[in-house]
Design a protein around this ligand. Structure first.
Ligand code: SF4
Ligand code: SF4
Length: 248
């Protein structure tokens, strides 16, 4: 077991606070917006018929998703709320430290571990400098060693499941109803901060309308378009400035 041990000692370099989107729970997104920072929304769709990975991975994804109607089909949609740190996180202080350390999101607490249990920890694939893997406490053997870290990871996963319906309803309330297809592309929205904050507040107050039935999928790959079209999925054919379509 010890032969497989992965050691890790964060050196506080702050590289993981730059050039990325920071996945947030709904409550973390609420706080992020209250601090005056921007939250992006990523919409991802899938269904059983095109699922290429193991069945266990489908269950994991389905638990984070909501079943919605798209044209004549039933698809599942995941909404990911993410702090915009594409340049750098707005909470990163001038001294390179986290300005909200005690309140930082779960995903920041668990890095370099992943929320997705199907992504293995491979140091070479992480953005941390190489030297941080050569010292420190054992982080991982065949499981997460630190019970506090294991608890934070589980809380992240549970929040994904608990927040799924609320996030989709907030998206619908703001007209964000076009998703990209899983493993093909990302549909990234950058909603107005105030409108998103108000929509989340309305959800908290129980006044967001229930799910509508007009979800669409943006797919540019001819084979995927054909496949989805034959399945009755409504495709978004109009060029849109409402979201950024990023092919994978
Ligand atoms: S919240 Fe803090 S730890 Fe997380 S990305 Fe921002 S600066 Fe880094
Ligand atoms: S990139 Fe890695 S070593 Fe650097 S602050 Fe983030 S977790 Fe720590």
């Amino acid at each position: 077991m010890e032969n497989n041990a992965i050691r890790f000692a964060c050196n506080g370099c702050g590289i993981c606070c730059k050039g990325r989107l920071i996945p947030l729970t709904l409550n973390e997104a609420r706080q992020w917006l209250q601090r005056g920072h921007e939250v992006a929304v990523i919409l991802e769709a899938f269904d059983e018929t095109t699922w290429a990975s193991a069945p266990g991975q489908f269950t994991h994804s389905a638990q984070r998703a909501v079943k919605v109607t798209s044209g004549d089909a039933q698809i599942r949609v995941v909404a990911v709320l993410a702090g915009n740190a594409l340049a750098q996180c707005q909470n990163l202080a001038d001294d390179g430290r986290c300005g909200i350390y005690e309140e930082r999101p779960l995903v920041c607490r668990i890095y370099p571990m992943e929320i997705n249990p199907f992504i293995a920890l491979r140091p070479a694939e992480k953005i941390c400098p190489p030297e941080v893997w050569e010292a420190g406490e054992v982080l991982f053997t065949d499981r997460v060693v630190d019970p506090v870290l294991a608890d934070q990871i589980e809380r992240s996963r549970q929040a994904d499941r608990d927040d799924a319906q609320a996030k989709i309803q907030v998206c619908e309330a703001l007209g964000m109803n076009v998703a990209a297809w899983k493993n093909d592309a990302l549909a990234v929205y950058l909603p107005d901060r105030t409108q998103l904050s108000e929509a989340i507040s309305r959800y908290d107050g129980g006044s967001v309308a229930p799910a509508r039935a007009d979800w669409k999928v943006r797919a540019d790959t001819p084979a995927l378009r054909l496949q989805l079209g034959q399945a009755g999925v409504a495709l978004d054919d109009q060029p849109s400035t409402r979201y950024i379509f990023h092919r994978l």
